[in-house]
Design a binder for this molecule. Sequence first.
Ligand SMILES: C[S@@+](CC[C@H](N)C(=O)[O-])C[C@H]1O[C@@H](n2cnc3c(N)ncnc32)[C@H](O)[C@@H]1O
Length: 232
Amino acid sequence: MTDAGQRRNFYGRIKGKTLRASQKGYLAEDLGPLTLRGVTREENPSRSALDMGFAKGPLWLEVGFGGGEHLVHMAARHPEVTLIGAEPFVNGVAMLLGKIRGAGVTNLWLHPGDVRDLFDVLPDACLSKVFLNYPDPWPKARHHRRRFVTPEYLLPLARVTAPGAEFRVATDIPDYVRQTLEEVPEAGFSLVAQTGAGEAWEDWIPTRYEQKALREGRQPHYLTFRRRAPEF
Ligand SMILES: C[S@@+](CC[C@H](N)C(=O)[O-])C[C@H]1O[C@@H](n2cnc3c(N)ncnc32)[C@H](O)[C@@H]1O
């Protein structure tokens, strides 16, 4: 049984410092039209599958897009693709909306909340690429089970990714690399590449967290996985 009917624990931040007037305007005007309907429990208590009419071409997902620089960059760089971004931190969502206006991209949809709620309602095997950039590190050993690279997140991710789909993970935390290499293959993905500083994907742009990591002397790690065909 999934815990689709239950409230989930979310340990991250939902709100940060006071939003600028312009950001409040983006949230008031742009968030509604760009938000996927039928993701939250309030809108979809039976957790039925989303109407995928919004998706034109391949469907990609970014988990925890932060300020949205990578997500908007990908949307502009790949106009033939539909992108979804999931991010519960309202200040990040407001930053993304400003960047969407600036870039004028129209192939991007949002779930301004926990990605697990989105996983509940996505159809099987609908995603062909997924980005996890600088996920929350949860450095204390007793908090490692809160990381994205645990079965609670990875098994639903595996269900909604198509065989052959790419799953990219960027992190600056060596112990996060360790756990990713242990847990992601268990969930049905094979490692295809593991690189470091200066060897990111050809369409990569450094995110805010990567820039912070580099300033503070930590090194990026880039891991690429491919979804295996399910075994029967
Ligand atoms: C360390 S920040 C990195 C942000 C951005 N990807 C970057 O590289 O600058 C991790 C982000 O993941 C988001 N996050 C944490 N748990 C999440 C969840 N369950 N669903 C979606 N996003 C989540 C956080 O709100 C936060 O913005």
